[in-house]
Design a protein around this ligand. Structure first.
Ligand code: SAM
Length: 219
């Protein structure tokens, strides 16, 4: 099945609310668990979360790895506003900062030890923006850990995945999940993107019927 792109930013406040209040504990805890098993505890490091949305992964990461300080970047102010409130309520505002801006236009002043991203790649019109941003903002040898959705073979399979994993969620979330799956990349396509950016030492692993991870170190 051919890829069908979806809008890049999640700017609609209703969409941001639904996303922020959805229960992503399973995939997001899995993100942390997989990071730990593939990369270990990174220690006292700076972490950039690209396309952080409402910051749920930033907060889980900060709790799991108490030595880290994080910057979450997203192009959607409604998403970040929800993230900032939750982060203050969680008592993590001294370790997690947020910045509104879009890759590749944003200009960050720092370089990071660890670069993480969940479910950004399939939103980007140009997927190379993610890999180029890692090279731009990672220190030499920085750790990279990216997770994203895997495009199914057919629309029928896509519908079946939505029914399997999002049946109890509000309509807007089911709609977004369906279209995100249609916009997702396949591992062979990601491998080509990595080769294009000379990042082919990063490893791609399919970890479920609808997710893959990309991990390793920058040159
Ligand atoms: C599906 S959400 C994932 C949010 C978060 N990473 C998570 O796992 O909960 C994708 C996010 O990427 C953001 N985004 C899309 N394109 C972007 C870009 N070019 N620069 C920054 N953020 C972007 C969207 O606004 C949205 O909040």
């Amino acid at each position: 099945m051919q890829r069908t792109p979806e809008p890049e930013l999640m700017l609609d406040p209703e969409q941001a609310q639904a996303y922020a209040h959805a229960d992503f504990s399973k995939p997001h805890d899995r993100f942390i668990h997989l990071f730990r098993t593939r990369c270990g505890d990174p220690g006292n490091v700076t972490v950039l979360d690209l396309g952080c949305g409402p910051g749920d992964i930033c907060r889980r990461f900060a709790r799991a790895f108490p030595g880290c300080t994080l910057l979450g970047v997203d192009g959607s102010q409604p998403m970040l506003a929800l993230g900032q409130t939750e982060t203050r309520n969680a008592g993590l505002a001294d370790r997690i900062a947020y910045r509104c801006g879009c890759f590749p236009d944003i200009d960050l002043p720092e370089h990071f030890d660890v670069l993480i991203s969940n479910s950004l790649l399939h939103h980007l019109q140009d997927p190379l923006v993610l890999w180029q941003s890692l090279l731009r903002y990672g220190k030499p040898g920085a750790r990279v850990f990216v997770m994203d959705l895997l495009r199914p073979d057919s629309r029928a399979q896509t519908g079946a995945l939505v029914a399997k994993y999002a049946a109890g969620e509000p309509d807007i979330l089911q709609h977004d999940f369906y279209h995100s799956l249609l916009a997702a990349w396949r591992p062979d396509e990601v491998a080509r993107q990595l080769r294009d950016q000379k990042l082919d030492r990063l490893q791609i692993e399919v970890i479920s019927d609808h997710h893959y991870i990309v991990h390793g170190r920058l040159p």
